[in-house]
Design a protein around this ligand. Structure first.
Ligand SMILES: NC(=O)c1ccc[n+]([C@@H]2O[C@H](COP(=O)([O-])OP(=O)(O)OC[C@H]3O[C@@H](n4cnc5c(N)ncnc54)[C@H](OP(=O)(O)O)[C@@H]3O)[C@@H](O)[C@H]2O)c1
Length: 297
């Protein structure tokens, strides 16, 4: 029996992992047991409890979806952001090591915000990080802790959305049905990531690791295929929602936020695609899937 622990499982990504598991969407050729936890059942900021939990259970995979994800609030709740995004990752790695589970594979999720957004070509895993926000800095520190364990994969992703939890797509979907117009920035470029697609990719990685012994540690990038601005994303959401709301393109300077976002955060996904033979959907096709799910909910 292969045992997989998922932390932060009530968030967007964790909920998509749960959905794929509950619906039996990915089949394994061995029995795989998933344990889904969140702060109420496994608070990863409590190192004593975490170590005890790892003493009592043995895991072949640990997938850490727990995070502090409020980018603006992180500027004022710095300690909390560093605690969840960095210290908690160290806690997990120490709990794995202390239990001497040297074969346990650790999959940790990070962000495009570890970059400063000054590039004009898609970011590869080797490119220089230079986070500008507390959130980005705390996530980078978490990556460093994760990679101190030899069997770790860090997957950086961007612009995550899902029918679960709070996100840009859901907010625009709601607002475009309530308002006559919306202003959305068109000078920040990136790629949306449908959390289902990332969860599906993680399942493929676990499956290939179980059946082909393929687990190649290190940093990876994952988003949907293609590129857009937040304005393009919002415009397509309004169109698909069949809303009459007018979406206006504005510049970031006219939409001040507590922390500036990277202007460019497109991720190069060649490494994850070639190492794990993944076919990643185009972001507009995934948005269709999101609408299929939410319309039928
Ligand atoms: N959201 C994005 O746009 C985005 C973009 C790029 C990368 N990422 C990364 O992708 C990953 C998944 O993001 P997401 O959007 O799924 O996050 P999310 O929806 O905010 O979910 C995070 C989950 O972690 C839980 N959590 C917080 N502190 C915890 C603790 N001490 N112990 C256990 N669980 C705890 C949260 O519970 P509470 O809700 O109760 O706090 C929440 O259920 C994260 O690593 C994030 O940094 C996200």
């Amino acid at each position: 029996m292969i045992n997989v622990l998922v932390t932060g499982a009530n968030g967007q990504l964790g909920s998509e992992l749960k959905h794929i598991h509950n619906k039996g969407i990915v089949k394994f050729d061995r029995s795989v047991n998933f344990v889904f936890t969140d702060i109420d059942t496994l608070d990863i900021s409590n190192p004593i409890f975490l170590k005890k939990f790892f003493q009592d259970h043995s895991f072949d995979f640990v997938i850490n979806c727990a995070a502090y994800t409020n980018v603006d609030l992180a500027e004022t709740e710095k300690e909390k952001a560093y605690n969840v995004n960095a210290t908690c990752v160290k806690n997990i790695v120490e709990a794995i090591k202390e239990r001497n589970l040297s074969l346990t594979k650790f999959i940790h999720i990070s962000t495009d915000y570890v970059f400063d957004g000054k590039s004009h070509i898609p970011y590869t895993e080797e490119m220089q990080t230079n986070p500008k926000s507390v959130y980005g800095k705390s996530k980078l520190e978490g990556e460093i802790f994760a990679l101190q364990y030899k069997n770790s994969m860090v997957i950086r992703t961007s612009w995550l959305y899902s029918s679960y939890g709070k996100n840009f797509a859901k907010t625009i979907h709601k607002l475009c049905n309530e308002r006559e117009s919306l202003n959305v920035v068109f000078d920040q470029i990136g790629t949306p990531t449908y959390a289902y697609d990332l969860a599906y990719a993680i399942f493929q990685i676990v499956k290939q690791s179980v059946s082909e012994n393929r687990f190649i540690s290190g940093i990876y990038h994952f988003s949907n295929e293609g590129v857009c601005s937040w304005y393009d994303f919002a415009k397509l959401i309004a169109n698909k929602a069949k809303s009459n709301c007018v979406v206006n393109p504005i510049e970031s300077k006219d939409y001040p936020t507590p922390v500036a976002r990277p202007f460019y955060s497109v991720l190069n996904k060649n490494k994850i695609k070639s190492n794990y033979k993944l076919v990643i959907p185009f972001w507009q096709d995934s948005l269709d899937e999101y609408f299929n799910i939410t319309d039928n909910k």
